[in-house]
Design a binder for this molecule. Structure first.
Ligand SMILES: [Zn+2]
Length: 129
């Protein structure tokens, strides 16, 4: 439930940049939410889903939108009580406290965890059903 994650796009040089998600970060939950977002909210357009998650809500997310929920963002819906949410991108250099990172590629969703040698792929899931 409370597992924090980052949803991101790949950057040049093998890194990533994206936004924090405070809840539902476990792979079993997050992967199905992201697939639902891509297919049922964005009509299969992965780039549109990526823009929604990263560019249109710079404060990040409490939980992300899917077919059943509009999600709750930290910029428009639920700004933190102690001031505006950070709008800094969460990157491979700043996300060491994050358990799971979800990188959206055109053809697949990549799941990363921080290993002793840096971010490592633990799963790669095709968007196709
Ligand atoms: Zn927002």
């Amino acid at each position: 439930m409370g597992t924090q994650a980052v949803v991101a796009r790949a950057t040049e040089g093998g890194g990533f940049a994206g936004r924090i998600v405070l809840h539902d970060g476990e792979p079993g939950t997050a992967a199905s939410l992201l697939r639902s977002l891509v297919h049922h909210v964005c009509g299969g357009d992965v780039e549109a889903a990526t823009r929604l998650l990263i560019d249109e809500h710079p404060g990040g997310w409490v939980d992300i939108p899917d077919a059943d929920s509009d999600g709750t963002c930290l910029c428009h819906d639920a700004p933190p009580l102690n001031g505006p949410a950070t709008t800094e991108l969460a990157t491979h250099e700043t996300s060491g406290h994050t358990e799971f990172v979800y990188v959206l590629y055109p053809d697949r969703l990549q799941i990363l965890v921080l290993g002793s040698d840096g971010w490592e792929e633990i799963r790669s899931i095709s968007w196709a059903y």
